[in-house]
Design a protein around this ligand. Structure first.
Ligand SMILES: [Zn+2]
Ligand SMILES: [Zn+2]
Ligand SMILES: [Zn+2]
Length: 141
């Protein structure tokens, strides 16, 4: 928590109660959370918080590299995870929505050299692997 607050301060962001509650929601639950789940948690201490505020805060955290936004094809939308264990990628099941963290990043530095040659300043990247989990593998579309 303190580490996250320090990064926010260093980047000129105030620590509002809502912002703190969003971080707490992500910290308390070591699983992936949807925006709705985060909103429900924040509402317990900040009843007036709007979905928009939660979205805006999550956006800031993603920009600062504090939170992973995982693009799912679930009806509930993308999910969020604190980036405590560092940068990594995810497996996403197309049937049940089950997600799993992958330890390694498959993108090599050469790829970014190419981007930089094109005059592009790389900040971050996202990469998800879609397929069927152990339990859904037998499922036919
Ligand atoms: Zn599955
Ligand atoms: Zn993860
Ligand atoms: Zn990566």
């Amino acid at each position: 928590m303190e580490k996250i607050i320090k990064v926010l301060r260093e980047n000129g962001y105030k620590i509002t109660p809502q912002r703190r509650a969003v971080i707490l929601a992500l910290l308390k639950c070591d699983k992936f959370l949807t925006v709705q789940q985060i909103l429900d948690f924040v509402k317990q201490s900040n009843p007036d918080v709007s979905l928009d505020t939660v979205y805006r805060n999550l956006d800031i955290f993603v920009q600062l590299g504090l939170v992973h936004e995982i693009h799912t094809n679930n009806r509930e939308g993308n999910v969020f995870e604190l980036m405590i264990s560092g940068h990594h990628h995810h497996l996403v099941c197309l049937k049940c929505g089950e997600m799993e963290c992958m330890e390694n990043c498959p993108v090599n530095d050469r790829y970014f050299e190419e981007a930089e040659k094109k005059g592009f300043a790389v900040k971050r990247h996202i990469f998800e692997v879609y397929g069927y989990c152990k339990n859904c593998k037998e499922f036919k579309e």
